[in-house]
Design a protein around this ligand. Structure first.
Ligand code: DOR
Ligand code: ZN
Length: 355
């Protein structure tokens, strides 16, 4: 057995659905899934059923989370441009502002003509915290144009296309304050898999071509983070006439990346950079030194739906053989996960803040 100890990993992009859609996931099951996947700090998106656009709604969410979470969890704020006066009130409670420039789950879509005002208001009140964007294709160009005018740090979430990454590389070379993430599903699946997976392979942005995927892998040095975009939906919803977008992922990210390490496509240093060092730097997260994970690098096993902790109970990677198993997880020195079992009840995690 080859044991590797790493700091607890940080996933800056999950959708835990609580409150509002707890039949898909809740704070307890979502944080169980995070720990089982080696992630001890996760940042939760604001596209809840009632989006997180006011301090009152955010405070309610924090209170609910405090009772249920067993990993550390931080939050983002959302905006469509009509809540700028709320920014000051949530300043110390969120890790950033999330804006949706393209259609996805929740219909929380921004009118692009509001972008500049939102950027101005956020940068004036909260200059040090990033704005995150769901921006596909043309929207990447629109966002880069805004960053050229208002030099606030922007994290472009889950890029999937060669054309998007090319623009981001150019912007980085021009020293614009821009970072970007990719998801494991865009690194390991293509549009061909969607044909087999059907609605269980449908997400936003959609799975891309092999050419796009190859470009992501070749240019990994320009990619700042791997983010799961853990977006659980029930099997029933996925099989319905109008299936929602999204796939779960926080539990399978690390085993997939470790398999890529074993295949020689990545190094452990890459995994640390993409899943710990950069997310910590971009979102200013300081984890306790005794928050760590222990991995058996030699262990091969199959990802199985029935073994997952996510409430939705499925993964697009069901049946995949992976190499590298998370054995133990410690939070602030307490063992919280060992050999497939969660060892703590709700309430051990902390809501994390940064000022
Ligand atoms: O596929 C997705 N699902 N993409 C998103 O951007 C949102 C997410 C969700 O909330 O279901
Ligand atoms: Zn997302």
């Amino acid at each position: 057995m080859k044991t590797l100890v790493l700091p607890g990993l940080i996933d800056p992009h999950v959708h835990l659905r609580d409150p509002g859609q707890t039949k898909k996931e809740d704070f307890y099951t979502g944080t169980c899934a995070a720990l089982a996947g080696g992630f001890t700090t996760i940042l939760d998106m604001p596209n809840n059923k009632i989006p997180i656009t006011s301090s009152v709604i955010l405070n309610k969410k924090i209170l609910i989370a405090q009772k249920k979470i067993i990993s550390d969890v931080g939050f983002y704020f959302g905006s469509l441009g009509d809540n700028l006066n709320e920014f000051a009130r949530v300043k110390d409670k969120v890790f950033g502002l999330k804006l949706y420039l393209n259609q996805t789950t929740g219909n929380f879509l921004i009118d692009k003509k509001n972008l500049e005002n939102i950027f101005k208001a956020w940068t004036e009140i909260i200059p040090k915290k990033p704005i995150l964007v769901h921006a596909e294709e043309r929207s990447v160009r629109d966002i880069i144009e805004i960053i050229q005018k208002i030099k606030h740090t922007v994290h472009i979430c889950h890029i999937s296309l060669k054309s998007e990454l090319k623009q981001i590389i150019k912007a980085k070379k021009e020293n614009l304050p821009i970072t970007c993430g990719v998801t494991p599903h865009h690194l390991f699946l293509t549009e061909k898999d969607e044909k087999v997976l059907g609605p269980f392979g449908r997400m936003k942005p959609p799975l891309a071509t092999r050419k796009d995927q190859d470009f992501l892998w070749k240019n990994l040095s320009f990619i700042d983070v791997v983010e799961s975009d853990h977006a659980p939906h029930t099997i029933e919803e996925k099989k319905s006439k109008n299936p929602p977008f999204g796939v779960p992922g926080v539990e399978t990210t690390l085993p997939l990346l470790l398999t890529a390490v074993s295949d020689g496509r990545l190094t452990i240093d890459d995994v640390l950079r993409l899943c710990y060092k950069n997310p910590a730097k971009i979102f200013n997260i300081k984890q306790n030194k005794e928050t760590k994970i222990e991995i058996d690098l030699d262990k091969s096993y199959f990802i199985k739906n029935e073994k997952l902790f996510t409430k939705c109970g499925w993964s697009p990677f069901n049946g995949w053989r992976v190499k590298g198993q998370i054995r133990k997880v410690f939070i602030r020195g307490t063992k919280v996960f060992e050999n497939g079992k969660i060892l703590v009840k709700s309430g051990l995690g902390q809501v994390v803040y940064v000022s």
